[in-house]
Design a protein around this ligand. Structure first.
Ligand code: SF4
Length: 740
C-alpha cells in the first residue's frame, strides 16, 4: 500500500494520540522512575524537617557569617547570613561549596599513625587514647632531657581560644616557638605600632570611602571577607566613587577600576612614595591633619623630594610621570580617599616599607581613624585565663631565643618569621624535635614548598590536626583529625580589615561524621596526660567548658545571633590623639627613616639568567590557603587556567613572540627554586616581561579531584626576606620560559 503524506500525518498524529492516551507508556515511565530511584548509586533527596542554622565560615580569615539549610539531619545548602555584620547575605565560591568538604572523600576519619615512609600515605588507625599518650610521652621526654624549647607549633591564626590553647601548651611545656603562618597582618601590625602606638589590627572603611587606591589588593577576587569587599566596591562604583588598581596584571579588580597602573612588580613602595611626593609638592595634602596631628612631616617631605619625584622613579617602576601625577590628583580630589595595602587576597605577607608608604598616603589625606579611612582596631582581649605557673624546666626553655630570631628588630610586633625557622631546621642549625600543625598546610602554601618538605624530613615527630589528607598531613607521623567547621564549636575573632570588632561563633550544624575530636579537647587531654605543672595550666575538663567560661556573658549572645560585636573600649576613634610618645601620628622618625632607607625585598637570582619576572595571582575560583579547592571550584576554572591536568602561565604576546611561544604551547618554566611544565596563554593584560600563574593549583595530596592538577606556584617562588623587617615578603621570582 502506498502511504500518502496525508495518511502518514494522520497515522502519526493518531499514533501519538493513542500513545499519549494509553496508560502503558506512563506505567513504564513510572516503573522506570521507581527502579532508578532504587539504584544504590542514585542520590536520594533527603526528606524531613527543614531548619536554618546560623554559624561562621572558617575557610579563610574573612570569617563570614553563614546560614546552613538542613533537611532532617543533612546539611543541604550554605548561604551568606543576611544579619552578619561582615558579609550581608554574601558568600564566596569556597564558602558556598563547604558541603563538598564536609561530605567529600578527603576527610580523615580517625586518628592515624604513619606506618610507611613520610609521604607514602600508609597509615594505621589508632585510638584517641593511644594518640594522646604518644604526644604527651614525646613532649615529656623532651622536658626530661631539658629540651622543652625543641617543640614548636604552627597555626593559621593567633587569636581565638584554639591558637591560644596551643600557645599555652607550648608555654607550659617551656617553648617560645609558637608561630602563625605568614600574613600581611604582621606588617600592618608593625605599621600600627610605629605610626600610632597601637597594638591591634588595621580596619579599612571601604564602605564609606569614595576613592580606593589599591596596591595590588585583589578586592574583587577574594580580599579579606570577599563578599564584604565585593559589596563595598560595587557600592563605591554605584555611588560614583572611583577605584584605582596598581597591578602588573589586568586582574578582575584592575579591569573594573577607573585607573589601572601596571608597574614592575616589587616597586609598589616607590609608586606610593612618588604619589606622596605629588601630594606634597602640589599642596594637595590635608593640612589640618598634618599640622595638628602628624610628627615628622618635614623629614618625610625631604625624603620624598630627594628620591621619589615621579620622573626619578620612572625607570625603576616602568610608569610614566603623568600616570603618577594624575593618580595622585584623583586621590587628592576625593573627599574620603583610602589607600589599601596587601597583595592578592590579603593573606600573603608583604614588605614593611610598602605598608608604611601606603599608610603615609592615608595620613597625607587625613584618612586616619575617620569614616572612609583606615582605623586602628584594638586587638581582642576577651581571653583572660589564669596566669601560668611554669616549672623550672619550662622557665629555662622559655628563656631560649625563638627559632626565627624574632629579637633582631627595633619595633614592637616583630611578627612570625616562619621562613627563618624552616630554613634553620632544613640547614640543621635549629634543633626542632617536635612540631604541631593546626589549620595550616605549610608543605603546600609556604614559598619554597619543596624546601619546607625537606625541613619536615628533619623533624623527628610531626603531628597534624588536619581534617583533610593535605600535603602537610602526608608528611606527618600522627594525624589527629579535627572536625570541620560545620561540626564543631569555636570562637572566630574577625580581623581581615573589618572596622567592627566582631567574634563569630562556629557551631555544629551536623553531628561529626567521623571519629574526629576537637583540637581544643585534644590539647587539653595532652596537657592532662603530661601531668604536673603542664596539666595544672589547663583547669578545664574539656574545650566546651573552656570556651563557655572564656566567653562568659557573650556566650548567650553568640548562641542567639551567631556573632558578638565586641564593645570598642580602647579603639582610637577619630584623630583625637595617638598612643605614640608625642601623641601624634608618626610620619617619620629615626626608626621609620631606617625602614624607608632599606632596599626593596628582591627575589634571589640573576636577571641575566632569568630574564622574566614570575608573579602569582589570586582568583576567586581557587582556594590558595590551608583548605584546598572544592571539586565545584575546579569545574568552573577557565580552560586558560587549567585544562585537564595542565596548568597555564599567562604571557604578554610581545614577550611570547620573543620566546617563539604561541597560544596553548607547552613550555617549561624555571626559577632559582625549581621548574615545572606548563602551557602558555597569551594575554594583552599582562605587563611585558612578566609571567603570571594562579595560586591554588598543583596539589599533590587531597583526592582525585585536586591532586595533580596544574602547578603549585609556591614550588617556584622562594621566600624573599624583607630587609626592613626580616618578614617573608615573597611576591614572585626571576624566571625563564622555554618551549617544552
Ligand atoms: S570569604 Fe572566606 S570566610 Fe567568607 S565565605 Fe568565603 S571562604 Fe568563607
Amino acid at each position: 500500500m502506498k502511504l500518502s503524506r496525508r495518511c502518514f500525518l494522520a497515522f502519526s498524529i493518531g499514533g501519538a494520540a493513542g500513545t499519549a492516551l494509553s496508560p502503558l507508556p506512563w506505567k513504564l515511565t513510572d516503573d522506570l522512575s521507581i527502579w532508578s530511584q532504587n539504584w544504590p548509586w542514585t542520590p536520594v533527596p533527603p526528606d524531613g524537617e527543614y531548619a536554618y542554622i546560623n554559624t561562621t565560615c572558617t575557610l579563610c580569615p574573612g570569617h563570614c557569617g553563614i546560614r546552613v539549610r538542613k533537611v532532617d539531619e543533612r546539611a543541604v545548602k550554605i548561604e551568606g547570613q543576611e544579619s552578619s555584620g561582615m558579609n550581608p547575605g554574601g558568600i564566596c565560591l569556597l564558602g558556598l561549596s563547604g558541603l563538598q568538604l564536609l561530605y567529600g572523600p578527603t576527610r580523615i576519619q580517625a586518628p592515624l599513625k604513619r606506618v610507611g615512609e613520610r609521604g607514602e600515605n600508609r597509615w594505621q588507625t589508632i585510638s584517641w587514647e593511644e594518640a594522646i599518650e604518644e604526644v604527651a610521652g614525646r613532649l615529656n621526654d623532651l622536658r626530661s632531657k631539658g629540651q622543652p624549647q625543641a617543640v614548636a607549633a604552627l597555626a593559621s591564626e593567633d587569636t581565638g581560644t584554639v591558637p591560644q590553647l596551643m600557645k599555652r601548651l607550648l608555654t607550659a611545656v617551656g617553648s617560645p616557638n609558637f608561630y602563625r603562618m605568614p600574613s600581611m597582618e604582621d606588617s600592618q601590625a608593625a605599621v600600627l605600632a610605629l605610626t600610632q602606638g597601637e597594638e591591634g589590627f588595621v580596619g579599612m572603611d571601604v564602605e564609606q570611602a569614595d576613592f580606593v587606591l589599591s596596591f595590588g589588593s585583589a578586592l574583587l577576587e577574594g580580599y579579606g571577607a570577599s563578599p564584604r569587599m565585593m559589596q563595598a566596591v560595587n557600592r563605591l562604583r554605584a555611588d560614583g566613587g572611583k577605584l584605582a588598581q596598581i597591578d602588573s596584571r589586568l586582574s578582575n579588580t584592575a579591569a573594573k577600576s577607573d585607573i589601572w597602573l601596571a608597574p614592575k612588580p616589587g616597586t609598589e613602595a616607590d609608586v606610593a612614595l612618588s604619589i606622596a611626593h605629588v601630594l606634597i609638592t602640589r599642596n594637595r595634602y590635608d593640612h589640618g591633619f598634618v599640622s595638628q596631628w602628624a610628627e615628622g612631616f618635614e623629614a618625610f617631605s625631604a625624603m620624598v623630594a630627594e628620591k621619589y619625584a615621579p620622573e626619578k622613579i620612572a625607570d625603576r617602576t616602568g610608569l610614566a610621570t603623568d600616570q603618577i601625577i594624575s593618580t595622585a590628583i584623583a586621590f587628592a580630589d576625593a573627599k574620603h580617599p583610602l589607600a589599601v595595602y596587601g597583595k592578592g587576597k590579603g593573606q600573603q605577607p608583604g614588605s614593611l616599607k610598602e605598608a608604611l608608604a601606603v599608610n603615609a598616603l592615608n595620613a597625607l589625606a587625613g584618612s586616619i581613624n575617620r569614616p572612609g579611612g583606615i582605623q586602628a582596631m584594638a586587638g581582642y582581649d576577651y581571653i583572660q585565663w589564669p596566669a601560668l605557673q611554669p616549672d623550672d624546666v619550662a622557665a629555662a626553655g622559655l628563656q631560649t631565643p625563638r627559632l626565627d630570631q624574632k629579637g633582631d628588630v627595633v619595633y614592637p610586633n616583630p611578627g612570625y618569621k616562619v621562613h627563618r625557622m624552616i630554613e634553620a631546621v632544613g640547614a640543621g642549625s635549629a634543633d626542632l624535635q617536635a612540631l604541631l600543625v593546626a589549620e595550616s598546610n605549610p608543605c603546600y602554601s609556604l614559598p619554597g614548598a619543596d624546601k619546607v618538605r625537606t625541613a619536615f624530613s628533619k623533624i623527628p615527630f610531626v603531628v597534624s590536626f588536619s581534617s583533610f589528607m593535605d600535603e602537610t598531613a602526608m608528611q606527618s607521623d600522627l594525624i589527629l583529625p579535627n572536625p570541620i567547621y560545620l561540626e564543631r564549636y569555636e570562637d572566630v575573632p574577625v580581623k581581615a580589615g573589618t572596622t567592627r570588632r566582631r567574634v563569630g561563633l562556629c557551631r555544629p550544624v551536623v553531628a561529626p561524621l567521623h571519629n574526629t575530636q576537637h583540637v581544643g579537647d585534644t590539647i587539653i587531654q595532652i596537657a592532662h596526660a603530661m601531668e604536673g605543672s603542664v596539666a595544672a595550666a589547663f583547669p578545664w575538663t574539656d574545650y566546651a567548658t573552656c570556651l563557655k567560661e572564656t566567653l562568659s556573658d557573650a556566650w548567650e549572645t553568640l548562641l542567639e545571633k551567631g556573632h558578638w560585636e565586641v564593645p570598642e573600649t580602647t579603639h582610637a576613634a577619630g584623630a583625637d590623639g595617638f598612643k605614640t610618645a608625642s601623641g601624634k601620628f608618626v610620619l617619620m622618625n629615626e626608626t621609620i627613616g631606617a625602614i624607608y632607607l632599606a632596599d626593596a625585598p628582591l627575589p634571589a637570582g640573576d636577571e641575566s639568567e632569568y630574564p622574566l619576572q614570575l608573579v602569582a595571582y589570586d582568583t576567586i575560583r581557587l582556594s590558595s590557603q590551608y583548605v584546598g579547592s572544592s571539586p565545584f571550584m575546579l569545574k568552573i576554572l577557565s580552560d586558560t587556567t587549567l585544562k585537564g591536568q595542565a596548568g597555564f602561565v599567562e604571557l604578554n604576546p610581545e614577550t611570547a613572540a620573543k620566546l617563539n611561544l604561541k597560544e596553548g604551547a607547552s613550555a617549561t618554566i624555571t626559577t632559582p627554586a625549581g621548574s615545572a611544565d606548563v602551557r602558555v596563554h597569551l594575554d594583552e593584560g599582562i605587563r611585558p616581561g612578566i609571567v603570571a600563574m594562579a595560586r591554588g593549583l598543583g596539589h599533590t595530596a587531597y583526592d582525585g579531584f585536586l591532586a595533580g592538577k596544574g602547578v603549585n606556584v609556591n614550588q617556584l617562588i622562594a621566600p624573599v626576606e624583607d630587609p626592613a623587617s626580616g618578614l617573608d615578603a615573597a611576591w614572585g621570582s626571576w624566571a625563564k620560559l622555554a618551549k617544552g
